[in-house]
Write a new protein. Structure first.
Length: 473
């Protein structure tokens, strides 16, 4: 039978009834905290022998995969496995980004916050756990909108958490100011105090009135009337901010207002940088495409002056190669980013190659199928050249003296390497005889090995030719 928090605390800890009741209230809010921080959340208490901790409550996120297969409520936490939890319970000091071993023998990253009773004594530790692959930088496992959003959507948390709130809000990057029902600031977390110092405030903002601290044009009365107001964006000095308000109530009566301020200055600067970068990339690809089109035009003019069929064929092959590169830059110019859709490239290349290589009396169909994903400009150009050469080879060797033909291009996305196969239903050829003398296959081999870090395989027979090459993701 599963034990509840009251039974566990009575059996394994020395906590008083009032302390247990305080933890019960906090445990009711763990699912909300878990969903907002998108991580596993636990309450641990020190056991009677003071050398171990025991899990008294837990919550798993709904929209993110938990690190646990089973419940660990009632399980023991050892210091050698969870140093952050025991350290916080013994010293009352918060910990961020420390590794731990779970009861299911998985490595996780823990952030711990002490939970204190009304006397200031540590009665439990609030633990937030994330998998190691969810942490980008040491100690940054709680993002800036987690527990502050709890205040925004569930303001009663402020009343229940009491003095424990200050320790928890030190671990988030949003500014939180709590006003009483008269509009006087009764609490400000460290981030809020730093923010207002940046804005030139010299005195402690706690004790100031709402009208002296508000950073948009809303009044305290309007906040109370609207119950909840959000300012999408506002500016204060050289800072870009997002401000949210929520009403606190107790037994149906308004007891105060939470103001949560998110500093989005860095986000806005990055947005501007990305927009500028996108414009620059788009312009560069557009110019490269235009330059390649100019080269193609010059080659066309030159080819018209040539009567020799062999030279005309060489001109057409060169034009086709240049156009395969141009296609990549054309698509990149349209997107304005440095990545392009691989299927779009192969479809456009197939069309251009057929236009310039196949004869007017030939009916050749090319079908592109398989997985679809994006590749960067450098890789896209290399793939374009390879596929162009393979289609040229199919037309030149497989469909020679034939009025019809079919080429199938299949894309497969793998974990480390992705694969493209080009298969035709032509007459085939002796691989050993043609590989040494074919400029096209020499180009393919060099590009695949040097540029794409892959390999290619040729299989040719009476039923046609199939060439497979791969490239590193």
């Amino acid at each position: 039978m599963k034990m509840n928090i009251i039974d566990i605390c009575k059996e394994y800890t020395n906590l008083s009834f009032s302390d247990i009741d305080e933890l019960r209230k906090i445990s009711d809010m763990l699912p909300t905290i878990s969903e907002l921080v998108r991580a596993d959340v636990f309450l641990d208490c020190i056991t009677k022998d003071h050398t171990k901790a025991i899990v008294v409550a837990e919550a798993k996120p709904i929209h993110v995969k938990s690190n646990y297969m089973n419940s660990v409520v009632g399980k023991i936490a050892l210091q050698e496995n969870e140093p952050a939890a025991l350290r916080t319970l013994n010293t009352g000091v918060s910990t961020r980004g420390l590794k731990a071993i779970t009861q299911e023998d998985k490595t996780v990253i823990q952030t711990t916050v002490p939970v204190r009773n009304k006397k200031g004594e540590v009665i439990a530790v609030l633990i937030i756990e994330q998998a190691t692959n969810q942490v980008f930088k040491d100690g940054e496992n709680i993002n800036s909108s987690t527990l502050s959003k709890s205040l925004e959507d569930f303001p009663e948390m402020f009343q229940y958490m009491g003095q424990n709130l200050n320790l928890i809000t030190q671990n988030i990057d949003d500014s939180i100011i709590v006003f009483d029902r008269y509009g006087v600031a009764i609490y400000a977390n460290p981030c809020a105090k730093r923010l207002y110092k940046k804005l030139g405030y010299r005195d402690d903002i706690v004790g100031m009135k709402f009208n002296n601290l508000v950073l948009d044009e809303i009044s305290f009365k309007k906040v109370l009337m609207n119950n909840y107001t959000k300012t999408p964006e506002t500016s204060a000095g050289n800072l870009d901010l997002e401000i949210k308000y929520s009403i606190m109530r107790q037994k149906g009566k308004v007891t105060g207002v939470n103001m949560i301020i998110k500093d989005i200055t860095e986000v806005k600067e990055k947005e501007k940088e990305l927009i500028l970068k996108s414009v620059v990339i788009k312009e560069i690809h557009h110019r490269v495409k235009n330059n390649l089109q100019t080269i193609v035009s010059l080659l066309r003019l030159q080819s018209r002056r040539v009567d020799d069929d062999y030279l005309k064929k060489a001109f057409n092959e060169s034009i086709s190669r240049i156009l395969s590169i141009s296609v990549t830059h054309e698509l990149l110019a349209q997107e304005g980013i440095d990545e392009v859709d691989i299927k779009s490239i192969l479809k456009m290349i197939s069309k251009n190659t057929l236009d310039y290589i196949s004869t007017s009396d030939q009916s050749i169909e090319v079908n592109v199928s398989g997985d679809n994903f994006s590749v960067n400009s450098d890789k896209a150009t290399s793939i374009a050249l390879v596929v162009n050469e393979l289609i040229q080879n199919s037309i030149e060797h497989g469909f020679k003296n034939r009025d019809h033909g079919y080429i199938e291009i299949i894309i497969y996305k793998g974990e480390i390497h992705s694969t493209i196969s080009v298969k035709d239903d032509g007459r085939g050829f002796n691989v050993k005889d043609i590989k040494m003398n074919s400029l096209g296959l020499n180009i393919v081999e060099q590009i695949v090995k040097d540029k794409l870090e892959g390999d290619f395989i040729i299989d040719s027979g009476k039923e046609g030719t199939k060439i497979i090459f791969d490239f590193k993701n």
